[in-house]
Design a protein around this ligand. Structure first.
Ligand SMILES: N[C@@H](CCC(=O)N[C@@H](CS)C(=O)NCC(=O)O)C(=O)O
Length: 233
């Protein structure tokens, strides 16, 4: 199987991490988002949405990180995507929660407009409003993650790791380039420490640290601390 990816991409890395941890061999094909390779006709023929990741399994092509994780897990019969109807529904629920709730507000309304020039709003008032909105919404999502989703559980669907943990933890890692402190969320911090101890975590996230976290160190950013909402009790 072939994976079109970029090593910095937030939605490529969960697939890379899950594949590495599960011993799934993938033919890795970089699509250089930094030089606009995803807008070239040869890649648009593969994914008209001009995005990574894309999985190819023979003549079957699949986009969307969440769908790719589910496909790969089923392909190797992984316990990280349980077969039981209700356990599986819970994994799907958590993945949708990260993808359509947390990630949208945390990454696209708080972190990315500050570190990726093409996602910065051209009008300073709009930029400030976007960040303030993203900040407040993110605090709400993190409170839910900390208290209701994780609580005393080791992972987001209970005490066994699932593909929802691979997806969600890489999304939460987006906190690091802007220096968002997660210590107000002890269960999130504990879960992230567990995920960071995975054998392949460092290798999979090395380019993200090199090209995104390190160059932004020491710069002034709006962080969760700037939210108008009080820190959750
Ligand atoms: N919903 C898609 C999102 C894919 C996505 O946003 N990929 C980013 C990399 S993190 C990308 O390819 N961006 C290039 C662009 O949109 O210009 C997924 O989960 O796979």
């Amino acid at each position: 199987m072939k994976l079109y990816y970029h090593p910095v991409s937030t939605v490529s890395r969960p697939v890379m991490l899950f594949a590495a941890e599960s011993g799934i061999a993938l033919d890795m094909q970089v699509v250089d988002l930094f030089t606009g390779a995803h807008y070239k006709p040869d890649f648009q023929a593969i994914n008209p949405s001009s995005q990574v990741p894309v999985l190819e399994d023979g003549d079957f092509r699949l986009t969307e990180s969440s769908a790719i994780l589910k496909y790969l897990a089923d392909k190797v019969n992984s316990p990280a995507y349980p077969k039981d109807l209700k356990l599986r529904a819970r994994v799907n629920e958590r993945m949708d929660w990260f993808n359509t709730g947390f990630y949208r507000d945390f990454a696209y309304n708080l972190v990315y407009p500050q570190i990726f020039p093409h996602l910065k709003r051209p009008d300073p008032t709009v930029q400030a409003g976007t960040l303030a909105f993203g900040c407040d919404k993110s605090k709400g999502w993190l409170k839910v993650l900390d208290e209701s989703i994780l609580g005393a559980n080791k992972f987001v669907c209970g005490n066994d790791i699932t593909i929802a943990d691979y997806l969600g933890s890489i999304m939460v890692l987006a906190a690091e380039p802007v220096g968002c402190d997660l210590s107000a969320y002890p269960n999130v911090s504990r879960w992230m420490a567990t995920m960071k101890s995975l054998k392949n975590w460092q290798a999979v996230n090395a380019a993200f640290y090199q090209y995104v976290v390190e160059p932004n160190k020491g710069k002034p950013f709006v962080t969760l601390a700037d939210s108008k909402q009080a820190v959750p009790a």
